[in-house]
Design a protein around this ligand. Structure first.
Ligand SMILES: [Zn+2]
Length: 64
């Protein structure tokens, strides 16, 4: 079962061939072989690259 690479939750929607959306943290991520690219979804629907260093901090804070 696929998990969100940002929050680790499983409320994932499939939006493309290898493209998924997390309902919890409202990010899209694209499986690209071994790597996963994560994008923020802006209010106008465009994607911007997710700041993974920020995500790591959030993960540590939100754990537990
Ligand atoms: Zn998430």
């Amino acid at each position: 079962m696929l998990k969100c690479p940002v929050c680790g939750q499983r409320s994932i929607g499939k939006v493309g061939a290898d493209q998924y959306y997390c309902w919890d943290c409202c990010v899209e991520f694209i499986k690209n072989g071994q790597t996963t690219d994560i994008y923020n979804v802006e209010q106008d629907g465009t994607l911007s690259l997710f700041d993974s260093s920020q995500a790591t901090e959030n993960l540590q804070v939100q754990k537990g």
